[in-house]
Design a protein around this ligand. Structure first.
Ligand SMILES: Cc1cc2nc3c(=O)[nH]c(=O)nc-3n(C[C@H](O)[C@H](O)[C@H](O)COP(=O)(O)OP(=O)(O)OC[C@H]3O[C@@H](n4cnc5c(N)ncnc54)[C@H](O)[C@@H]3O)c2cc1C
Ligand code: FES
Length: 251
């Protein structure tokens, strides 16, 4: 794993609502190295908290800018969300293992900020001429991240909580499979219920699945062993954060 630390600067900050913010960070070296499936650790220089893991929504190696969607769940993300244009933030990365390429069709399933790491993978799959469909949910339409971009890359089935339909996007995926669509790979991120829905799908159809896990990480670089998890006690920060889901068990 090859990573580095870079002092990044906040270029823009866009609050989508009171809990979700998109930060554009100038970090040219990491923007050049990162690949889909990897993440970074962010740490404001004056923070007394450990760095926090974030999987970028997008990056551009020409401009050196990474876009990161931050959802406030506690003090660390509150500090990140409060960063303003011009502020500095230490960034460590790229970390974790790239998503392994496998022939499609692919179904990408995500919810909330868990949609973010799916977008770079969606671009990679589209560039490789793989068929890909998206099953995405969010509280409201403006929180359905990059909706238009996803629509341009493949068929999108979206759910908004405010529509109160009472079902999950994995139910939509299951329905499509019952109607004859045969994905070879499912990648899910952002919700335990969607992982459970994917387990249910695997009970009905033979399909490979993997889960991008946004679990707690202390160091992000393999030192603390605090992120060991799954059937194989893999270090999520090194061997993940994406892990295979086999017979209902995250490996
Ligand atoms: C690979 C990876 C990528 C991630 N990408 C993003 C991203 O793009 N955007 C984003 O907003 N968040 C992302 N996260 C989650 C983010 O790192 C955590 O929400 C953050 O560390 C919480 O810090 P905090 O100080 O705000 O909250 P804490 O005070 O640490 O926690 C507040 C509450 O949230 C729970 N919690 C804390 N961390 C996590 C976690 N990682 N997963 C589930 N529950 C947690 C705690 O148990 C507690 O109940 C990612 C995590 C990982 C591992
Ligand atoms: S977070 Fe420390 S080893 Fe993974």
């Amino acid at each position: 794993m090859s990573w580095l630390q870079e002092p990044a600067r906040v270029v823009t900050r866009t609050h989508l609502d009171e809990t979700v913010t998109v930060l554009a960070l100038k970090a040219p070296r990491i923007a050049e190295m990162i690949v889909p499936g990897q993440f970074v650790m962010l740490h404001p220089p004056t923070s007394s908290y450990l760095p926090r893991a974030m999987a970028p929504l997008s990056w551009d190696s020409r401009t050196g800018i990474l876009s990161i969607v931050v959802r406030i769940v506690g003090p660390g993300t509150r500090e990140l969300q409060a960063l303003a244009p011009g502020d500095e933030v230490d960034i460590t990365g790229p970390l974790g293992t790239a998503l392994p390429f496998a022939p499609g069709p692919w179904a990408l399933v995500g919810r909330g900020v868990g949609i973010a790491p799916l977008l770079p993978w969606a671009h990679a799959l589209a560039a490789a001429n793989q068929e890909v469909r998206f099953y995405l949910s969010a509280r409201r339409r403006d929180l359905l991240l990059a909706e238009q971009e996803f629509r341009e890359l493949g068929q999108l089935t979206g759910h908004l909580d405010e529509e109160k339909t009472g079902h999950l996007v994995t139910d939509d995926l299951l329905r499509d499979m019952e109607n004859g669509w045969k994905p070879e790979q499912i990648l899910v991120c952002g919700s335990r219920r969607l992982t459970e829905g994917t387990v249910e799908i695997q009970r009905r159809f033979p399909v490979n699945a993997s889960v991008l896990l946004e679990e707690k990480m202390a160091c992000g670089i393999g030192w603390c062993k605090g992120c060991a998890s799954g059937e194989q006690w893999a270090l999520l920060c090194v061997d993940g954060p994406t892990r295979p889901l086999i017979e209902g068990v995250i490996q």
